[in-house]
Design a protein around this ligand. Structure first.
Ligand SMILES: C[S@@+](CC[C@H](N)C(=O)[O-])C[C@H]1O[C@@H](n2cnc3c(N)ncnc32)[C@H](O)[C@@H]1O
Length: 265
């Protein structure tokens, strides 16, 4: 994918979905994204392990939600460019009737939405091009696919770092959780300001010079606040590879994100 205005996107400014895609080894990125991603790698080389650990956490969390927790509805906000183990693939491999609404505001993700809409015959997936901050539109459109009288897993994987404190991400999360009934879940990961603090701080500083959306790292206490009023599922809010890892090797992978799953009782 290249050229100055390929497919009408502004390719001269780096965007989070495409920078993340580059770190994951994907092809859906432009020169500006690759340059920003490489500058970030130079500051914090473990970012390439971190993003893979985050994807693996996403898959384990969805498997838990669809399996042990019996969830059949997923609202996945900040979907990203399709990669390994997308939410509907994992959920429908456990429970084929799972319904998934994807939300993202990047035009490249929108262009790939078809790949996310390949639901199995018993389930449903839909895609909404919207900003997380527009919670009214996110919830009203999601209600066309999801039944909000039944439990929903709200997923905010590696997205809230793009919502600065001025936009009060805690209020945004609370609004989403107010809209779902008891028995619903929040699954969330967030880049940490208190894991490899110096290197990740430099990574964020570099991204904030080059990327369209800013990055705000948060510490364990600030990320814990997103789960206010929820019961954290064991093992609580931990480094993402330590959340129900498949092996000790997986648990020891470098990763600079906090991740957890909480239940609304
Ligand atoms: C780092 S990627 C994470 C992708 C995926 N959730 C994962 O964990 O693998 C963050 C995604 O959030 C999207 N995003 C950032 N700010 C957003 C906003 N305000 N509203 C909707 N999507 C947003 C980006 O376009 C990008 O696709």
């Amino acid at each position: 994918m290249d050229g100055p205005h390929a497919r009408g996107f502004d390719v001269t400014v780096a965007h989070p979905a495409r920078v993340y895609d580059y770190w994951l080894g994907g092809k859906d990125n432009f020169a500006a994204d690759r340059a920003a991603a490489e500058q970030a790698i130079a500051a914090y080389p473990d970012i390439v392990f971190s993003v893979r650990a985050n994807r693996a956490f996403l898959a384990r969390a969805v498997r838990y939600l669809a399996g042990e927790a019996g969830i059949r509805q997923f609202l996945d906000i900040g979907t990203g460019i399709p990669a390994t183990s997308n939410t509907h693939e994992v959920a429908q491999s456990v429970a084929p009737e799972s319904r998934v609404v994807y939300v993202d505001n990047d035009p490249v993700v929108l262009a790939h939405a078809r790949a996310l809409l390949t639901s199995g015959p018993h389930g449903v997936t839909s895609y909404l091009d919207a900003d997380l901050r527009d919670t009214g539109r996110v919830l009203s459109t999601a209600a066309e696919t999801l039944d909000f009288s039944q439990p929903v897993a709200v997923m905010l994987m590696a997205i809230l770092q793009h919502i600065g404190d001025d936009d009060n991400p805690w209020a945004i999360v609370a609004t989403l959780l107010d809209a779902v009934p008891a028995g619903s879940y929040l699954a969330l990961s967030h880049p940490a300001s208190d894991i490899e603090a110096e290197a990740q701080g430099e990574l964020a500083r570099r991204l904030n010079q080059t990327m369209a959306e800013g990055v705000t790292l948060r510490d364990h206490a600030q990320v814990t606040r997103f789960f206010t009023g929820l019961e954290l599922v064991e093992p609580g809010l931990v480094r993402v590879p330590e959340w129900r890892p498949a092996s000790d090797l997986e648990a020891s992978s470098p990763a600079g994100l906090w991740g957890g799953v909480g239940r609304k009782n």
